[in-house]
Write a protein that binds this ligand. Structure first.
Ligand SMILES: [Zn+2]
Length: 130
């Protein structure tokens, strides 16, 4: 099938979304294409923070340690590792993400700082009583 405006000044040849070159001169590898497609799907699944509610709880762990647990922010709607990085920096502690459980966990009791930081980003927050 020929394009509607083929051969006219209105004919804009299709360009690659990823490298910006003309399709005929695209330099992307199949792997790059697939990675870019995955990234676009991820971005499309993201939700703005103000449409999400984080539930924050402080939980006791073995040996008397405490952990601050953030639930309700899904791994598809958010970049959990990026979020973890911001929370770790704000709280000055270490932590981990559990994407399969849509969960972020920080070492120690940082419920207040977590609440403040998440609210600054724009998330709705509520304490989760256990
Ligand atoms: Zn390309």
């Amino acid at each position: 099938m020929s394009r509607l405006f083929a051969g006219t000044p209105f004919d804009i040849p299709p360009k690659c979304d990823d490298c910006g070159q003309l399709e005929s001169e695209c330099i992307c590898s199949a792997a790059e294409k697939a990675a870019a497609e995955t990234l676009r799907a991820q971005q499309a699944a993201r939700l703005p923070p103000d449409q999400q509610t984080a539930r924050i709880s402080v939980q006791k762990r073995k040996g008397g340690r405490t952990a601050t647990v953030i639930e309700g922010l899904s791994a598809t709607a958010n970049d959990l590792p990026e979020l973890l990085g911001r929370l770790q920096a704000a709280c000055g502690t270490g932590g981990t993400t559990k994407p399969k459980q849509d969960l972020i966990e920080l070492q120690g009791d940082h419920a207040e700082q977590v609440q403040t930081t998440l609210a600054e980003i724009g998330f709705r927050t509520k304490p989760s009583r256990r």
